[in-house]
Design a protein around this ligand. Structure first.
Ligand code: HEC
Ligand code: HEC
Ligand code: HEC
Ligand code: HEC
Ligand code: HEC
Length: 412
């Protein structure tokens, strides 16, 4: 029990893992997130994780057809390779991820496999087999490539994909890699659920720690037939842009400063962040934060002390209690908005009111990596986590900023 309790703390620190589990059936009934029910029979079998070893390639296949390396697929599918290489799926074996598997509680063979479930899911990417012995199929180079093409498309060397595009003819026989099996599931949102949704899990305050699929299912976007792929793979592109991509988020939101009382000695205004194009809560995960700020500036644009109001958008959990608690959940529902109501005395030097929305995609990880960098002894683990920490200091961006001159201000 002790070991389990301390392990849960580590999982919580990592911001990942299965989290608290209630009795599976009760939990699924309460929150509607049963695995089989959500995935359906094909995907429940397709997403056995880790993906079982592919075995020997069919007789007569060329080395290129038999290879699981993304560059090999890219010899014939260059567009998908170019896109994927820039995506966070290709980067899923990141320094912040890999660094945690080198020493400490997560370096145990069983934990390494559990963590790699979603970050480097092929059996050929596992350093240890299920029994904890060195894996004879292990390919270290493939492991470092994260969520490779084969994770989604290849089982026992057979290719699976969506229906051919309209107007595209089948390749002449014999087609490379024996052609492919058409599956409509590739065009459905539940295809993505296996790694972006916790199953059979009552979660915290009735919501699993990863709940993106269920949030989407209840959204107006789902009702309109917009899937994860519609927004994250438009025209079947393999970019998977999300909260780390400012343009993606700008295209789905609006920042507005609603007019208020700006003439008197007391300034009143409302900063509104509207989410019209996010298919789940914004943000969906417990790891990012979004900050709404309003403050007064002088004629030179400098912030005037004591005039700043802030509201925080996100889901804050308390991992120190048993069971975990929810401190707040201010995430924006699809189609909804968040607001910061400002009411402060006007500073004598005030020339304008400034409103800003800041997105911090790696809010949770910054502190985690700082703590881990101090805790690790192995130089390799430290270096990886320091690099991960550095990345978290560069990922924040201003989503939108508005400035309203105040009446009667010099130079306003
Ligand atoms: C030698 C060239 C070649 C290589 C290497 C290759 N493919 Fe293909 N692939 C093709 C061709 C040609 C087709 C179209 C087959 C058809 O029309 O029946 C195809 C079809 C596919 C499809 C189905 C596309 C659709 O419309 O749904 C997927 C998915 C796919 N390949 C994935 C992969 C992956 C993943 C790899 C690497 C592990 C790979 N391929 C390696 C040539 C190749
Ligand atoms: C159920 C699938 C799943 C499992 C299992 C999982 N992760 Fe993740 N992980 C994700 C997803 C999805 C994200 C991106 C969303 C986020 O930041 O929370 C992520 C993000 C991360 C990040 C931040 C991004 C980065 O690469 O630096 C780290 C670090 C991480 N995971 C570590 C771990 C560790 C350590 C484990 C094992 C304890 C683990 N994960 C297990 C799905 C998973
Ligand atoms: C995370 C899962 C995932 C990964 C990783 C992935 N794909 Fe795909 N791929 C999909 C999905 C889902 C679709 C169908 C999208 C749709 O229909 O909207 C698709 C479609 C395709 C198609 C059909 C494209 C078309 O224009 O008709 C090909 C070919 C393909 N993928 C090859 C690859 C290759 C090569 C890689 C690696 C470089 C790769 N995929 C990585 C999920 C993935
Ligand atoms: C095998 C597990 C797996 C599957 C399947 C998968 N993902 Fe992911 N996805 C991840 C992990 C892990 C990350 C985080 C990688 C990191 O940053 O370390 C991620 C990251 C993302 C991101 C980037 C989020 C950000 O922080 O900006 C988007 C968007 C995304 N996935 C969408 C999808 C969609 C859409 C599908 C279905 C077509 C899908 N994923 C299927 C595991 C998966
Ligand atoms: C209507 C468009 C739309 C749909 C549908 C949609 N997303 Fe997103 N998604 C976005 C936008 C925009 C963002 C960036 C803002 C944000 O982080 O919420 C995003 C962000 C993300 C992220 C980043 C992590 C986070 O905390 O937000 C992941 C992962 C993700 N989406 C996965 C999915 C999956 C899986 C599905 C399907 C179950 C899906 N999305 C459906 C538009 C969409």
């Amino acid at each position: 029990m002790r070991r389990i309790a301390s392990l849960l703390t580590v999982l919580a620190i990592a911001g990942c893992g299965a989290g608290e589990r209630g009795a599976p059936e009760e939990a699924a009934a309460a929150t509607g997130n049963g695995r089989e029910e959500l995935l359906g029979p094909f995907l429940a079998a397709h997403w056995q994780l880790p993906v079982p070893a592919q075995g020997p390639a069919p007789e007569g296949w060329t080395p290129l057809e038999s290879s699981l390396a993304p560059e090999s697929c890219g010899a014939c599918h260059p567009q998908q390779l170019a896109d994927w290489s820039r995506s966070l799926h290709a980067g899923a074996y990141s320094p912040g991820f890999a660094g945690q598997l080198i020493e400490g509680a997560l370096s145990d063979p069983a934990e390494v496999r559990a963590c790699q479930t979603c970050h480097a899911p092929l059996e050929e990417q596992q350093p240890w087999n299920a029994a904890g012995a060195p894996n004879p199929h292990a390919d270290e180079a493939l492991r470092a490539q994260g969520i490779v093409c084969a994770s989604c498309h290849v089982r026992e060397h057979r290719r699976y994909g969506p229906p051919r595009r309209e107007g595209v003819a089948a390749a002449p026989e014999p087609a490379p890699h024996g052609g492919f099996e058409v599956r409509s599931e590739y065009q459905q949102a539940r295809f993505c659920a296996t790694c972006h949704q916790f199953f059979d899990d009552a979660g915290v305050n009735g919501k699993p720690v990863e709940n993106t699929f269920v949030e989407w299912r209840e959204s107006p976007h789902a009702a309109r037939g917009e899937t994860c792929q519609s927004c994250h793979m438009p025209d079947r592109r393999h970019l998977w842009r999300g909260i780390h991509d400012p343009e993606m988020v700008r295209g789905a939101t609006e920042v507005e400063l609603a007019p208020g009382a700006l003439a008197g000695p007391r300034l009143e205004a409302t900063l509104v962040l509207h989410s019209h194009g996010v298919g789940h809560r914004f943000p969906s995960y417990v790891t990012p934060r979004v900050f709404l700020d309003l403050w007064q500036v002088d004629a030179a644009g400098a912030e005037l002390e004591g005039t700043r109001d802030r509201s925080v958008i996100g889901r804050e959990l308390d991992f120190s209690t048993e069971p975990w608690g929810e401190v707040f959940d201010t995430r924006i529902a699809p189609g909804g908005s968040a607001r910061l109501d400002y009411a402060e005395p006007r500073h004598p030097a005030a020339a304008a009111l400034v409103g800003r929305v800041l997105v911090d995609p790696d809010f949770h990880y910054r502190d985690v990596f700082r703590e881990l960098a101090d805790a690790y002894e192995s130089p390799e683990a430290r270096a990886a986590i320091q690099e991960a920490y550095r990345r978290t200091t560069e990922s924040s961006y201003v989503l939108g900023e508005v400035r309203r001159p105040l009446p009667g201000a010099a130079g306003g």
